[in-house]
Design a protein around this ligand. Structure first.
Ligand SMILES: [Ca+2]
Ligand SMILES: [Ca+2]
Length: 187
């Protein structure tokens, strides 16, 4: 009997964890709608216009948006490093850093030093290809984190007719349904 209970608990636990995650996203969605319905609707309308297909915004469209935002942040982070790679071997050494630092303003020198030290994860005095790639990934996640990505994917819960595509009308309906529904509406 006890054993059966343990097995049951093991089976149910992951499902409960998943439900919890979905509930957290739903709450974040409701909060965003209640806090500033106009801003929320505007933002989602822009997303639908920018990344939606003829039927509306799909999960694939949301993922494209997430990937593009992260790629843009990754590209600008990598650009800073690549501009210091004087011999074009794909890695930035301390002596390459120093040449760039000499040419930079005094304000920029300190920042370049910090960025170099942060990127040189193994501390061998050079930022190699793998360390550069890691910096790029980090910059992407800083620009659009997992919480935000989860929130954006959670928008698909507003797909009222369940056809896998979110329309402006569905968003408008959801926002109207949420207005005034908040337990602690901001004053
Ligand atoms: Ca180099
Ligand atoms: Ca290194």
């Amino acid at each position: 009997m006890a054993r059966a209970l343990v097995i049951l608990a093991l089976l149910v636990w992951p499902l409960a964890a998943m439900a919890q995650e979905t509930a957290t996203e739903a709450t974040a969605l409701q909060k965003a709608m209640q806090k500033d319905p106009e801003r929320f609707a505007g933002r989602v309308t822009d997303l639908i216009a920018g990344f939606g297909g003829p039927e509306g915004l799909t999960l694939a469209g949301i993922d494209e948006h997430i990937a593009l935002e992260r790629a843009a942040a990754r590209a600008s982070a990598l650009r800073r490093f690549l501009a210091m790679d004087l011999d074009a071997d794909g890695t930035v050494t301390r002596s390459e850093l120093q040449v760039s630092q000499r040419a930079a303003s005094s304000d920029a020198r300190g920042r370049m030093e910090r960025q170099f030290l942060a990127a040189d994860a193994d501390g061998d005095g050079r930022v190699d290809v793998a360390e550069l790639a890691a910096q790029g990934r980090l910059a992407g996640l800083r620009a659009l984190g997992e919480d935000e990505a989860g929130f954006l994917r959670g928008l698909m819960s507003l797909d009222a007719d369940g056809n896998g595509a979110l329309t402006g009308a569905e968003v408008a309906k959801a926002v109207v349904g949420q207005e005034g529904a908040g337990p602690e509406k901001a004053d």
